[in-house]
Ligand binder design. Structure first.
Ligand code: EPU
Length: 460
């Protein structure tokens, strides 16, 4: 059995999916997973209470909440559904054994370094988790922290950090515009002494939103052109109240699901500005969408939240060539759901994954279902990337259209898992999708949403 078809031991963590029914209906997305978790960490830096709205109930939020609580932050639910109130008045050291309960559960703990060093003078970071989509090193993070003056002791159990002389602003240039390393620098520099200049920074919308959170707290951050961010450290920060940007990965995933199943899904809360690159590709493939802008209540009209309606307009889908990349490029997390739709497009589609070196492994499961996808080590169809001429199958050619047939699937990681789910929904017959609980890490209430869209799924 291949990696993707081997069954995990838990027979309860399974979703039975009867495919072939177009998804039809309306769902809503809340705050972006990849902002919300970081904004929660930022609350550690403030002297006062922070309020974060529209927080989705997903596993990553639970992990960060648990870690914050271990460090003395009082986290409670606010009056509004999805509102979190974070009170850092009594930040304190946590016991290594208790922190280690969260080992391997998420990558967010690495972002606790700067805030804990500022608050406590020391930090312990457990082994990181997150999806297995490449080696995912933390060398940029470590280099940056050392430049700020942190002393890092790597032990087999985790990272011990201290800052014997405090943290001081510095000049840094990232070898690659890493999202996490940029966030690490922001969360450390805002309260470091002096000015920090970060070159080759990531500028994803989630990062700009984190900058908005930090600015609300009192930080001074300038985003210059050409990926340069300059941060003037301040001695104190206050709490914040923030409504995060919507989850553009989840929104695109449902859009791709609508296209792959020949259906129609309205994603309330989705925002065009953060998704223009996805929408261009969606249109090139032959998908249709309509954008509704937010309308505030006025003159007796109740107003509406706005969103994006995605649908398959009928006829054949068209093959495309695309390359994933840092913002404003096509997000690596949009790739897997869209590839399922590309199996239904006529011709040869090319996908060049340039962010993670091992993010195409999931395609072998799609081939088991009837897709024709070949992966290559070469940089196909675009500019050469840092993975070219190395032993990474990071380009794919998808020949379509291919009829998909049900099979038993094992979810390998979050985004690939959602793409497996889409494939099962698009396929003829009944699939059993194992390890489906992993999807709860990043997709709130996805089973209820599937039901609302008319999908025929059940827990055995
Ligand atoms: N990299 C290094 N060294 C480092 C850090 C990164 O070599 O110290 C490399 C990585 O190995 C990767 C590239 O830089 O090849 C980009 O990694 P990045 O640091 O940008 O990713 P991340 O911060 O770990 C976040 C999201 C990912 C998303 C990427 C890219 C969170 C929690 N995760 O990861 O989201 O794919 O940025 O946009 O924000 C997901 O939501 O499923 C997910 C994987």
């Amino acid at each position: 059995m291949s990696e993707t078809t081997r069954r995990p031991t838990s027979e309860t963590d399974v979703l039975v999916v009867r495919g072939g029914t177009p998804l039809q209906g309306t769902i809503r997305v809340r705050g972006a997973k990849n902002l919300v978790s970081k904004a929660m960490v930022a609350s550690l830096l403030g002297d006062g209470v922070s309020r974060l709205y529209d927080v989705p109930e997903i596993r990553d939020v639970e992990v960060v909440r648990g870690l914050l609580e271990l460090h003395g932050v009082r986290v409670s639910d606010g009056a509004e559904p999805g509102e979190l109130v974070l009170d850092p008045a009594n930040v304190e050291s946590a016991h290594v054994d208790e922190i280690n309960v969260h080992a391997g559960s998420s990558r967010i703990p690495i972002l606790f370094c700067g805030p804990l060093l500022h608050r406590l003078g020391h930090a312990f970071i457990p082994d990181l988790g997150g999806c297995h989509i490449g080696p995912r090193p933390i060398d940029f993070h470590m280099h940056a922290l050392r430049q700020f003056g942190a002393v890092v002791d790597k032990t087999p159990g985790g990272l011990h950090l201290t800052a014997p002389d405090g943290l001081r602003g510095t000049k840094l240039e990232l070898p690659y515009p890493s999202v996490g390393a940029t966030e690490q620098v922001l969360l450390t520099a805002v309260r470091a002494e002096g000015v920090t200049e970060l070159r080759n920074a990531a500028v994803e919308p989630e990062i700009i939103d984190l900058i908005c959170v930090l600015q609300k707290m009192g930080a001074i951050i300038n985003v210059h052109t050409s990926r340069v961010i300059e941060i003037e450290g301040v001695p104190r920060l206050a709490g914040y109240a923030h409504r995060p940007i919507p989850d553009r990965i989840e929104a695109a995933s449902w859009g791709a699901a609508a296209l792959a199943t020949g259906g129609q899904v309205e994603v309330v809360g989705a925002r065009q500005a953060d998704m223009t690159t996805f929408l261009n590709v969606f249109r090139s493939v032959g998908g249709a969408f309509e954008i509704t802008d937010v309308a505030p209540p006025r003159d007796g009209h109740p107003g509406h939240e706005g969103g994006i309606r995605f649908w398959h307009p009928g006829g054949e889908l068209r093959a495309v060539a695309l390359e994933t990349g840092v913002h404003p490029g096509f997000m690596t997390d949009w790739q897997q759901p869209l590839v399922v739709a590309l199996t239904q497009a006529r011709g040869l589609s090319i996908v060049h994954e340039t962010v993670y070196e091992q993010r195409l492994g999931y395609t072998s499961a799609l081939n088991t279902m009837g897709a024709t996808i070949q992966t290559y080590r070469n940089c196909l169809g675009g500019t050469p990337c840092r993975f070219g001429r190395r032993n990474f199958h990071h380009s794919a050619v998808i020949a379509g259209p291919s009829k998909l047939y049900a099979t038993d699937l094992v979810i390998p990681d979050l985004r690939a898992g959602f793409s497996h789910l889409i494939a099962a929904l698009a396929a003829e017959g009944t699939s059993r999708v194992y390890g489906v609980d992993l999807i709860n890490r990043g997709y709130e209430d996805f089973e209820a949403k599937l039901a609302a869209l008319g999908a025929a799924t059940e827990r055995p």
